[in-house]
Design a binder for this molecule. Structure first.
Ligand code: NDP
Length: 428
């Protein structure tokens, strides 16, 4: 990618941005022709959901400067919140100067569950399941043979007992977990088919009765990690030395480790970036969010998903790990035109490569947010777009938006009432 064409990208108009992406090599001129058709047709949308009325649109933008495992990316993000893309790009720019993100992606194993209740003899049931493990795996694979043909399928079986809790009034459950390699797919439908395919057999083997059979979105066997190491001379900011920013940022990360009230906001910032790329890529962001927040509570307390520490040489080291069971095929990925466009923009990544990009965006987002928070505060960076949003809410259009926004930035109270008053003044 020739990044020189992307200089001052934020100052370009739409056409210039698209042309710059072609010149930089992120898109082809054929892709450009398709950008006019990114909207969902009524026919397509009607086939995606029930009772379709209209399409609810979100802005699709790009974050720049991402250097992930030695490769440059322009990252599509679908999001309505101002400043997120700017923050991701700014964070990634500093991290790129410090050799970028290094990622580690685990094997992509998804988990399916069958919940059995009223099992008469737990010890017998567990032994019988263990004895018939191979048959269970065979039956699961027979329920979805095409994933096996592709080289994936059910690989392992685990049993968990959830004891009855008399105080809470909950019964005992025997949980059967199937581990499945879903290759390039997120795999919800593949797994649900497999789990339903083995349910009756599991009832026979255990004497229990199945309550439900479904994928677990707590994808603890599909983890993505990103790491970055930033020298302190890249951290100086607004009167703070690089060492001060590093130390304050580490303290901010420690605070989010010990205080759940802070951890939720810390992780929300990470998910700003993650969800936006997950959504742009046509993946199921509810699944990713649910899994991420559960992972944040894995030790019994809700904690920060990322951590920041000092390297031996004084650099700042950041790390983020979370479950990222995204797909490069399946669901709406292959049918939503904007998801297809995003895929081309990223160079048609595999599911693992997409995980690397997404976890890096989460870390960049976290870096930028913490750096702002421990120095000048978060509002300063938000002001510009916030002012524009207020100007639009007040009814400004065209050139008036910029004029109202500019005056709002220096106004005593930056709120809707001030925006309305300023607009009235300008109009008169
Ligand atoms: P699909 O049902 O679209 O299945 C993906 C299909 O892609 C596979 O079955 C396979 O079909 C095909 N495929 C082609 N190439 C490959 C490859 N290289 N690797 C793997 N599969 C390939 O999607 P998923 O099963 O991934 O399910 C995701 C959808 O399920 C999302 O839309 C999600 O919102 C939804 N969902 C989520 C739930 C949850 O999260 N709890 C619950 C229910 C649904 P074949 O081999 O037959 O060609």
């Amino acid at each position: 990618m020739d990044k020189t064409y992307l200089d001052k990208f934020y100052k370009m108009n739409h056409a210039e941005r698209l042309n710059a992406l072609v010149a930089a090599g992120s898109l082809t001129s054929d892709d450009l022709l398709l950008t006019n058709g990114l909207l969902l047709s009524d026919e397509l949308a009607d086939n995606m959901i029930e009772n379709h009325l209209a399409n609810y649109e979100l802005p699709l933008g790009v974050a720049l400067n991402f250097l992930v495992d030695g490769k440059d990316y322009v990252v599509p993000m679908a999001i309505e919140e101002p400043s997120v893309i700017a923050a991701a790009s700014a964070g990634a720019k500093i991290i790129a100067q410090a050799s970028g993100f290094k990622t580690t992606i685990s094997e992509r194993i998804m988990i399916g569950q069958v919940a059995l209740k009223d099992v008469p003899d737990l010890t017998f049931a567990k032994n019988n399941l263990a004895q018939h493990k191979n048959n269970i795996l065979k039956k699961a694979n027979a329920a979805h043979p095409s994933i096996v043909k592709r080289g994936g399928g059910a690989t392992d079986l685990f049993i968990r007992v959830i004891e009855a809790d008399n105080e809470a009034g909950t019964p005992e459950f025997l949980m059967v977990h199937l581990h499945v390699s879903t290759l390039e797919a997120m795999g919800a439908n593949i797994i649900n088919t497999m789990m339903e395919g083995i349910t009756t057999y599991l009832e026979e083997l255990t004497g229990g009765s199945a309550l439900m059979s479904i994928l677990s979105n707590y994808a603890t066997e599909c983890l993505a990690s990103a790491l970055c190491q930033i020298p302190v001379d890249l951290l100086k900011r607004n009167g703070y030395s690089g060492e001060e920013v590093r130390d304050r940022l580490i303290e901010a990360s420690q605070l989010a480790y010990v205080d759940p009230y802070r951890a939720v906001t810390h992780n929300k910032g990470i998910m700003n970036g993650i969800d936006a790329v997950v959504l742009a890529s046509g993946n199921d962001w509810r699944a990713i969010s649910a899994g991420a927040h559960a992972y944040a509570s894995r030790n019994g307390q809700y904690r920060a998903l990322s951590s920041w520490r000092k390297a031996e040489n004084g650099d700042l080291i950041g790390q983020l790990t979370l479950p990222l069971p995204v797909g490069s095929v399946g669901g709406s990925i292959s049918i939503h035109p904007a998801a297809q466009f995003s895929k081309r923009l990223l160079g048609d990544p595999s599911a693992k490569e997409l995980e690397s990009i997404i976890v890096s965006v989460g870390l960049a987002q976290n870096f930028s947010a913490l750096k702002a928070l421990v120095t000048e505060g978060i509002q300063k960076g938000h002001m510009g777009l916030q002012a524009r949003s207020l100007a639009i809410s007040a009814g400004a259009t065209g050139a008036d938006i910029e004029q109202v926004a500019e005056q709002l930035k220096t106004a005593k109270n930056m709120n809707l009432a001030t925006a309305e008053a300023l607009l009235k003044e300008i109009e008169s």
